[in-house]
Design a protein around this ligand. Structure first.
Ligand code: SF4
Length: 445
């Protein structure tokens, strides 16, 4: 393991999370045309994943980094959902047949803020546009503060089979500092209600690096939440970017754990969850051994998408809603984030594409190389053109080899056990877009 000084040096470096390559920070202005062309190529033979973005919440959490806005007006939300239905119809009108839907994910925001009628209307539009695979995963992000038996019954009726709960931390002092009061009893009630309704697969999202968090408080959060036996637990590092997020200015930087403390918090979470029977997956996910994510990791089928690690291997991801990102084999396309402009575009029969990037052959090669590092902690450069193709990158790798973050043997680079928390630094060496772009990313750990 690198010494303390080195940990600080590496943990403080700002690097992308590499949920995509090129990263969203490298998207540039894009029109609808290339996205329309990609949609027209989709046929009944294609498997796709779908992401629905609902950018509304009842209250703003201080730590939030998502694209969302606070509303108490049910009519604004209802109005937005009508545009989502229209968006689905617009994109489906381009298809050359009904693609098969393998994964459906509702994110936000707080997707369950929409009414039962709106949920059913969106589902009806999706069922008309796609052929749902019998084993399709249907997941939704839920805020345990707003889940009741009625909502669980609706989700079960509509085929939701995985719920992802924002748990963050169960310590009252931490919850106070992040503006999200959510007692453990609310999480217990939500888990019971979901299971009673027949929604068996449950994920928890935790966060380390929050204000007032200590190793002791994190240990308690891990142990008490693991007693509820979620199938998956993700534990992300809090990214404090107050210069970009006004709500995060409500968090006093002085009470945040420093880079050194964050490193040991992340390590502790891994140790505890592994001891409790969870299989570590990639950088920040944990799953029970029988869960499909653990199976995918075991069988070398782990992937990465905008939600993090996934077993979803569909080559196409279609986003619906403001700020959503669609992914095609040769293209990333993001819809405009402003809700008013999104609605205007859809009303005019446009998709509202705002940003994106067309992938060239070199991008695709590096995307696969970076995915190998992020998902398997190992890459064989021979598969991607050989070490000779990466002379500059390998020169920059030398200090990381010297500090035991990674090892190199001929064409093969392996991230060491001790170096795993720093895998994004190694991935970043192969990111040709990244030069001189460091300011807006989260710390490496
Ligand atoms: S953290 Fe979740 S619930 Fe809180 S404001 Fe952000 S999206 Fe909404």
């Amino acid at each position: 393991m690198p010494n303390n000084e080195k940990i600080l040096h590496y943990a403080d470096a700002a690097v992308p999370r590499y949920t995509s390559y090129p990263t969203a920070a490298d998207f540039h202005r894009l029109e609808d045309a290339p996205r329309l062309a990609a949609l027209r190529r989709l046929s009944a033979q294609d498997r796709v994943s779908v992401y629905i973005h609902i950018p509304y919440c009842s209250a703003m959490c201080h730590y939030c980094g998502c694209f969302t806005k606070v509303t108490r007006r049910a009519d604004s939300v209802a109005d937005y959902t009508r545009y989502i239905v229209q968006d689905i119809k617009l994109q489906a009108a381009c298809f050359n047949g009904r693609p098969r839907l393998a994964h459906l994910h509702w994110g936000g925001g707080t997707p369950a803020i929409i009414s039962p009628a709106a949920f059913r209307a969106i589902m009806a539009a999706l069922k008309e546009a796609f052929t749902f695979e019998a084993e399709a995963e249907h997941a939704i992000e839920l805020d345990p503060r707003y889940v009741d038996a009625e909502l669980c019954a609706l989700l079960a009726e509509q085929g939701v089979n995985r719920a992802s709960l924002g748990v963050q931390d169960i310590d009252a002092k931490v919850q106070q500092a992040i503006g999200r009061i959510q007692p453990l009893s609310a999480i217990e009630r939500t888990v019971s209600a979901l299971r009673r309704a027949g929604i068996k697969h449950i994920n928890f999202d935790l966060i380390y690096g929050l204000p007032h968090q200590t190793e002791a408080s994190l240990q308690e959060t891990c142990e008490k939440t693991a007693q509820l036996v979620p199938d998956r637990i993700a534990c992300y590092g809090y990214a404090h970017l107050p210069q970009r997020r006004a709500n995060q200015r409500l968090i006093d930087s002085a009470i945040l754990p420093d880079a050194h403390a964050r490193f040991f918090q992340a390590a502790l979470v891994g140790k505890i969850l592994t001891r409790l029977g969870y299989v570590p997956i990639g950088l920040d996910h944990f799953a029970l051994p029988a869960d499909p994510l653990a199976q995918a990791a075991k069988n070398g089928r782990l992937h990465r998408n905008f939600q993090g690690y996934t077993d979803d291997d569909a080559a196409v991801l279609l986003g619906f809603g403001a700020s959503s990102i669609s992914e095609f084999p040769n293209l990333y396309a993001q819809t405009i984030a402003d809700i008013g402009q999104y609605k205007q575009a859809i009303a005019q029969g446009r998709l509202g594409t705002a940003r994106g990037v067309a992938l060239n052959a070199e991008d695709k090669k590096r995307a696969a190389l970076i995915r190998d590092l992020m998902c398997r902690f190992r890459v064989d450069l021979a598969v991607y053109g050989g070490a000779r193709h990466y002379q500059a990158e390998l020169a920059r790798l030398q200090p990381l080899l010297a500090d035991n973050i990674a090892e190199q043997s001929q064409d093969i680079i392996t991230i060491t056990e001790a170096g795993r928390p720093f895998v994004r630094l190694v991935a970043g060496l192969f990111d040709t877009y990244r030069q001189e772009k460091t300011g807006n990313f989260s710390p490496a750990v």
